[in-house]
Design a protein around this ligand. Structure first.
Ligand code: UDP
Length: 243
C-alpha cells in the first residue's frame, strides 16, 4: 500500500516487505529507483518541483527518518516502521549474498567505498562486488561514471552522495548504468567502513538517532533547522485544515 504525504507516495512497508519488494524489482529486470525519503528532502520538495517529481518517479519510497514516520501518523496513514538507508542496505547485502546479486558501491570520500567493500567481503565472503568508486567528481565526469558502472553490470547499485544529490544522480543516470535497482543510502559507506559510528541501539530505540548525529556532527544543524518547519507544514496540512 502507498500513502500520500505532502504530495509524495510512500510505501507503507515493513523492512521485511521492503526487501521482498526490492527482490521483485531486481527480478523485473528493468531499471528501478528506490528512495529512502527523509523529512529534509520532503520539505525541500515542497518548493522544488524537480525534487517532487523525482520522488514521484521512484518505484519504491521508504520512510527514512523518524520525522516521516511521525508525519504519516499525523496524516492518518501510519507506516509500519522506519526503513533507513543503512538498515535496508545491510539487509540487502545479506540477501545479495544468498541470491547471487552483484552490488556496486558508488559514493563517499576517496577510499571509503573500497573500505566498505572490504568490510562487506569479510562479512559475506561469497558476495559479488561488481565495483566501487568514490563520490567526488566534476559535472563533466558524470556520464563517464555511469558508463564505468554499466560495464560491471550490477544488480544493485548503492549511491552514497547524500540527499538530494544522490537522488538527482540516480534519476538522471540510472538507465545509463544498466543497474537493476539503484538506492540512495546517504552516509552508509562511512558507517560500513568504520569511519562513523552509528548511535547505540538504545538511542535508536528511543528515536533519538537524529540527536546523536547532531551532537557528533554539529554542522548538521544547518540541515536539521528545517525539521520544525517540516513539522509545522505537516500540522498545518493535516491537523489545522481538518478542523
Ligand atoms: N558525499 C559524496 N559526494 C559529495 C557529497 C557527499 O560522496 O559530493 C558523501 C559524503 O562523503 C558522505 C555522504 O555523501 O559519505 C553523505 O553523508 P550524510 O551522512 O550527510 O548523508 P545523509 O544520509 O544524512 O543524507
Amino acid at each position: 500500500m502507498r500513502v500520500n504525504l505532502l504530495g509524495v507516495e510512500i510505501d507503507a512497508l515493513s523492512m521485511e516487505d521492503t526487501v521482498t519488494r526490492v527482490a521483485g524489482l531486481i527480478r523485473d529486470n528493468r531499471p528501478a529507483r528506490v528512495m529512502t525519503l527523509n523529512p529534509e528532502y520532503l520539505y525541500q520538495a515542497q518548493f522544488d518541483r524537480g525534487l517532487l517529481d523525482q520522488a514521484r518517479r521512484a518505484d519504491l519510497v521508504t520512510a527514512d527518518g523518524e520525522g516521516i514516520v511521525w508525519a504519516c501518523r499525523v496524516a492518518g496513514c501510519p507506516v509500519p516502521e522506519r526503513v533507513t538507508g543503512i538498515d535496508l542496505m545491510m539487509r540487502l547485502l545479506e540477501k545479495a549474498s544468498l541470491s547471487g546479486w552483484s552490488v556496486y558501491l558508488f559514493g563517499a570520500a576517496p577510499g571509503v567505498a573500497d573500505a566498505a567493500a572490504e568490510r562487506i567481503l569479510r562479512d559475506y565472503p561469497g558476495l559479488k562486488i561488481a565495483g566501487s568508486r568514490h563520490g567526488y567528481f566534476q559535472a563533466d565526469e558524470e556520464s563517464g561514471i555511469a558508463r564505468e558502472i554499466q560495464k560491471t553490470g550490477p544488480d544493485l547499485l548503492f549511491v552514497a552522495l547524500g540527499a538530494p544529490k544522490q537522488e538527482i544522480w540516480i534519476d538522471r543516470y540510472l538507465e545509463k548504468t544498466g543497474a537493476g535497482v539503484a538506492i540512495g543510502v546517504g552516509g552508509s559507506f562511512d558507517v560500513l567502513a568504520g569511519r562513523v559510528r552509528r548511535a547505540p541501539r538504545w538511542v535508536r530505540r528511543l528515536r533519538l538517532e537524529w540527536l546523536a548525529r547532531l551532537l557528533r556532527q554539529p554542522t548538521r544543524w544547518r540541515r536539521q533547522v528545517v525539521l520544525p518547519l517540516f513539522a509545522w507544514t505537516v500540522i498545518k496540512r493535516y491537523k489545522l485544515k481538518r478542523k
